[in-house]
Design a protein around this ligand. Structure first.
Ligand SMILES: Cc1ncc(COP(=O)(O)O)c(C=O)c1O
Length: 391
């Protein structure tokens, strides 16, 4: 067995699923705010596009993807971010962002060269770390602080870390905290990455899920730089397609060329009929608007409801999550277990790495009615913290 496999903790969301199934097996009503896997149906025109494209003769897909999908992706980038990239040289489809994120260090880390480090923020999406370890890279997690708006600032890293860094990951709107950033921040980070020869990877899978009162839709890294930069987009949350597995990577043509060449060895080309559905999804903005309105409604009900219970839920203007503090202080794992006993699945902060003690995450998944029903039974106190009566 790969020793790095042995060193890893179980994937947190798999653990949540197991706990949830056990509760359902006991006949309990469960409100699942755990995994960020929305329940709203995939829009009918997307399903139909997939159905129409299932071929009579099925042949291997190409890693470069269909020209139709690449064109739909570039048209989307132009409409949404006013960014112009070339459909043939600057876009590459992925079988969902997760695999593309995981595989990136396998393609772009060369530990023997001294450029062996991957920088990422924590708490954060665990796959930045997993991909690094499997590629035998050196991880450099940076604890993101509330006082700094959970922003990862490459400019604060020691110069010896910058010198060793091959890849730096950014992810705004941020999973799990819901933090957002502006173009000035992205511009600064792009300049620091460029000055240090670092591949700047921007995970942008929540870019289209802004809440109604957001001052401005979340920007893309591609608005401020394409050289040395890759942006990772996904159909999953924007279009209700988590099960389809489709996304794209866009940015620096030299990096895209290298990644495409390497991915051909991997068998990660996605099915042409999935790519047809994805092309339909990227070509339409109305459904994305409808979906973000649904998430915005859930966000409002939950944040207001939690605050009314005395729970400190951080303000956010985009994404799919609420980041909240365990009421009264205390351990997030124990609090998540207490929630589970009530039939409410939340993710304790520790699922997302260091720097998240005493916090938990809610994914905006259950229906509005279920959000309200869950709030009615929500545990108001942590375990072992102030006001819990335990310690
Ligand atoms: C920050 C972040 N990046 C990437 C992904 C993966 O998305 P996909 O479904 O495109 O693989 C997720 C999924 O939850 C995520 O939270």
């Amino acid at each position: 067995m790969n020793g790095n496999l042995r060193a890893l903790k179980p994937y947190p969301m798999a653990e949540l699923q197991a706990r949830k199934s056990a509760l359902i097996g006991r006949g309990m009503r469960v409100y699942d705010f755990g995994t960020g896997d929305p329940i709203e149906p995939t829009p009918a025109f997307i399903v139909e596009a997939a159905r129409q494209a299932i071929p009579r003769v099925s042949q291997y897909p190409s890693v470069a993807g269909t020209p139709t999908l690449r064109r739909a992706a570039t048209d989307y980038l132009r409409r949404r971010f006013a960014v112009t990239v070339d459909a043939d040289t600057q876009v590459l489809p992925s079988a969902g962002s997760k695999e593309a994120i995981f595989h990136l260090p396998l393609a772009f880390l060369d530990p023997a060269s001294g450029r062996d480090t991957v920088v990422y923020g924590t708490p954060g999406y665990p796959v930045y770390q997993h991909g690094t370890l499997f590629a035998h890279g050196r991880e450099h997690p940076v604890v993101l602080e509330r006082e700094r708006g959970y922003r990862l600032d490459l400019g604060r890293l020691p110069s010896e870390v910058l010198r060793r860094t091959a890849i730096a990951w950014l992810n705004y709107p941020h999973n799990p905290t819901g933090a957002c950033v502006d173009r000035a921040y992205l511009r600064d980070q792009a300049a620091i990455a460029a000055g240090n020869g670092i591949l700047l990877a921007s995970d942008e899978c929540y870019q289209d899920l802004w809440f109604a009162d957001a001052a401005e839709p979340p920007p893309s890294m591609l608005e401020v730089a394409t050289t040395g930069v890759l942006a990772f987009h996904s159909c999953s949350k924007r279009s209700g397609m988590t099960g389809y597995r489709s996304g794209f990577i866009a940015g620096d043509p030299a990096l895209i060329k290298a990644y495409r060449g390497w991915r051909a060895a991997m068998g990660v080309g996605s099915q042409a009929f999935v790519e047809s559905a994805a092309a339909a999804a990227w070509s339409d903005d109305a459904h994305a608007q409808d979906r973000r309105a649904v998430f915005a409604d859930k966000y409002r009900v939950l944040v207001d409801g939690l605050r009314a219970l005395g729970i400190d839920a951080l303000p956010s203007s985009a994404g799919l999550y609420i980041w909240a503090q365990v009421p009264g202080g205390g351990d997030a794992d124990a609090y998540a277990a207490r929630c589970l006993e009530a039939g409410i699945v939340v993710s304790p902060g520790g699922f997302f790495g260091a720097g998240a003690d005493g916090w938990f995450r809610l994914a905006l998944v259950p229906s509005l009615d279920d959000c309200r029903a869950a709030l009615a039974i929500w545990p108001r106190t942590g375990v072992g913290g102030r006001g819990s009566g335990v310690g």
